[in-house]
Ligand binder design. Structure first.
Ligand code: ZN
Ligand code: ZN
Length: 377
C-alpha cells in the first residue's frame, strides 16, 4: 500500500504551498542520494518524497488526490489515465528545488531550460569555374557568445539578476486543464528563472552578444547547383548550455556565359561563319580547366552539328572522372552585305545545283507529295 502523500511529507492535509515546499526541502536534503550513497532505503524515500511533492504542489493534482487518493493516478484511473503526470516530473522537480537551493543568487543554471541553438542557413553562390576547381571558401557567420561585461548573466555589472517572481526560478510554468498539465517556458523570464532589473548595457540584458566569426568551408570540385552542405554544430549557440544548431550552406552555381551544364557534361554553342561551315576550318575553345582546344570544322558542316570532346566536361563529385564537353555549331548567316558580296552570292546561287543543298532542294515538292498521298487513301 502506498503511503499517504501528506504523511510522506509530514504535513497536515490543509498545509499551504509554503509549508509543503519547506517540508519537501527539509526531507529532500535529508534523503538526497548524494548524502546517503548506496543507501537504498534513503533512495526509495527520496523518490516517495518527490512524488508526493510533485502531486501536492499542483493544485489540480492535489484536488484529484484529495478526492480519489492514489486511485486518481493509477492506470485507467480518472480522466484518461493520468496524462498530466508524465514521467518527467522527477528530474524537473529536482532541478527546480536544488537548482534554486544550490545556486544562490546569480549562478547560471547549468541545466533546465536548455535549448538547442537555431539552425542557420547561409546562401553561397559560386561560379562554374569554382565548381570545377573546388575551393575553400571563407565565410562569416554570426555567432552568439557570452557577454564578457556581465559574464553572461545579463545584469549590469555590480548588480545581480533576481529570482523570477512568476515561476519562482523554475524557468517553467504549468498551465493545467483538468488532469492535463502543460509545461511551458516562463513568459516573464523566458526560462532563465531570473529577471534582470538593471540590464547590462553591452548585451541589453541578453547575456549573450552576436559576433561574426570566420569559418572555412570546403567546396568539393564537381559540386552541383542546389547542393546543401551541413556543418554540424556550427549553427547558433544553444541557450543555457544547450547544444548548438547546425549550419547549412545552400549552394548555387551561377549561370555561365558560355557553358551550360547537365550533370557532369557541358554544352557550348559556338557560332561559326557560313563560309567556315561551307569551306571547313577550325576554331579554338577554352575549356574550364583553362586549356585551349582546337576544334576542326569539316567541309560542309551543318548548323547544330555536335562535336564531343571526351573528358572535357565537369569533374564527377568525389571521383576522378570527368564528363564530356559538347560543342554545337551555330552557323551564322551573313548580314549587312555590301553590294559586291551580294553580287558574289547571287552568282554563287546561279552556279548552285541540287547537290549543293540536298536538304532544301526539292523540300517543298517532297512535302507536297507527302500530303497529297494522304489525300489519295
Ligand atoms: Zn520566470
Ligand atoms: Zn552583458
Amino acid at each position: 500500500m502506498k503511503a499517504d502523500f501528506y504523511e510522506t511529507l509530514g504535513v497536515q492535509k490543509g498545509a499551504d504551498e509554503k509549508e509543503l515546499k519547506a517540508a519537501f526541502r527539509k526531507l529532500a536534503m535529508q534523503y538526497h542520494p548524494d548524502k546517503n550513497p548506496g543507501d537504498s532505503t534513503s533512495e526509495h524515500k527520496f523518490k516517495e518524497i518527490n512524488e508526493a511533492y510533485e502531486t501536492l504542489k499542483d493544485p489540480n493534482k492535489r484536488a484529484a488526490y484529495d478526492r480519489f487518493g492514489h486511485a486518481a493516478f493509477e492506470n485507467g484511473g480518472m480522466g484518461g489515465g493520468g496524462q498530466g503526470f508524465g514521467g518527467g516530473g522527477f528530474s524537473d522537480i529536482f532541478e527546480d528545488i536544488f537548482g534554486e537551493m544550490m545556486g544562490g543568487g546569480g549562478r547560471r543554471r547549468s541545466s533546465g531550460g536548455r535549448e538547442r541553438g537555431a539552425d542557420l542557413r547561409y546562401n553561397m553562390e559560386i561560379t562554374l569555374e569554382e565548381a570545377f576547381q573546388g575551393k575553400t571558401a571563407q565565410i562569416r557567420v554570426p555567432m552568439s557568445i557570452a557577454c564578457s561585461d556581465c559574464s553572461g548573466s545579463g545584469a549590469k555589472p555590480g548588480t545581480q539578476p533576481v529570482t523570477c517572481s512568476m515561476c519562482a526560478g523554475h524557468g517553467k510554468v504549468r498551465a493545467s486543464q483538468g488532469f492535463f498539465s502543460i509545461e511551458r517556458t516562463c513568459p516573464q523570464c523566458q526560462g532563465r528563472g531570473q529577471t534582470i532589473k538593471d540590464p547590462c548595457p553591452k548585451c541589453a540584458g541578453q547575456g549573450r552578444i552576436t559576433e561574426e566569426r570566420s569559418l572555412s568551408v570546403n567546396i568539393p570540385s564537381g559540386i552541383e547547383d542546389g547542393t546543401r552542405i551541413r556543418l554540424a554544430n556550427e549553427g547558433e549557440a544553444g541557450l543555457r548550455g544547450g547544444p548548438s544548431g547546425d549550419l547549412y550552406i545552400f549552394l548555387s552555381v551561377k549561370p555561365h556565359e558560355f557553358f551550360q551544364r547537365d550533370g557532369a557534361d557541358l554544352y557550348c554553342k559556338v557560332p561559326i561563319s557560313m563560309t567556315t561551315a561551307a569551306l571547313g576550318g577550325s576554331f579554338e575553345v577554352t575549356t574550364l580547366d583553362g586549356t585551349q582546344t582546337r576544334v576542326k570544322v569539316t567541309e560542309g558542316t551543318q548548323n547544330g552539328r555536335q562535336f564531343r570532346m571526351k573528358g572535357k566536361g565537369m569533374p564527377v563529385l568525389r571521383q576522378s572522372q570527368f564528363g564530356d564537353l559538347y560543342i554545337q555549331t551555330a552557323v551564322e548567316t551573313p548580314q549587312n552585305l555590301t553590294r559586291r558580296q551580294r553580287e558574289l552570292l547571287e552568282e554563287f546561287e546561279q552556279l548552285s545545283s541540287k547537290e549543293n543543298s540536298p536538304q532544301s532542294s526539292g523540300f517543298f515538292a517532297r512535302m507536297k507529295d507527302f500530303f497529297d498521298s494522304f489525300g489519295e487513301r
